[in-house]
Design a protein around this ligand. Structure first.
Ligand SMILES: [Zn+2]
Length: 76
């Protein structure tokens, strides 16, 4: 999945939201028929990628924002 460049925590999309995100933060995760992870947040569906993480996801362990990289120990 993704790894925090600051604390090296691997996040599996149990992500936090940017502090200025104003939605309800209703979060669902599922595998679609192409075997891709789909995330649905407040009715908005997308396939998460590094760009998304670095625009929206805050590390819940160290609090760093926008510090994600691909976790190379994991099959992408
Ligand atoms: Zn972190």
């Amino acid at each position: 999945m993704f790894i925090c460049k600051n604390c090296k925590t691997v996040d599996k999309f149990e992500l936090m939201f940017s502090p200025d995100y104003k939605g309800e933060k209703h979060f669902e995760q599922r595998i679609n028929d192409k075997n891709e992870i789909e995330i649905i947040v407040d009715g908005y569906k997308f396939i998460p990628d590094l760009q998304f993480m670095n625009e929206h996801a805050v590390c819940r362990y160290c609090g760093q924002i926008y510090m994600w990289d691909y976790d190379t120990g994991y099959n992408k």
